[in-house]
Design a protein around this ligand. Sequence first.
Ligand code: ZN
Length: 98
Amino acid sequence: MADAQKGLGPVKRFGTRYGRTTKHKLAKIEIEMKKDHKCPYCAKPKVHRVSYGIWKCDKCKNIFTARAYTVGQKLSLIDQAAQMVAESPRLKEADEEE
Ligand SMILES: [Zn+2]
């Protein structure tokens, strides 16, 4: 019994119901969702989820949208440009011709 509930965290509230696989999948999402996230504005780990995709920082009081269950990472302009170059087939061909 104790081993079956290992790693379930907040999903232990369902007890013996709903099956092992679905509960472990939900546990992975909920543990990520409930931990403190880093604020993209003030960089403090004080961001909490308000609703689906809506997050609020307790430190700077900013309310913003992000991913449904996690804040995720905002790419810098340099990273965005590198990603665009990597995904563009025309730029790759130009590199190979040179
Ligand atoms: Zn903040």
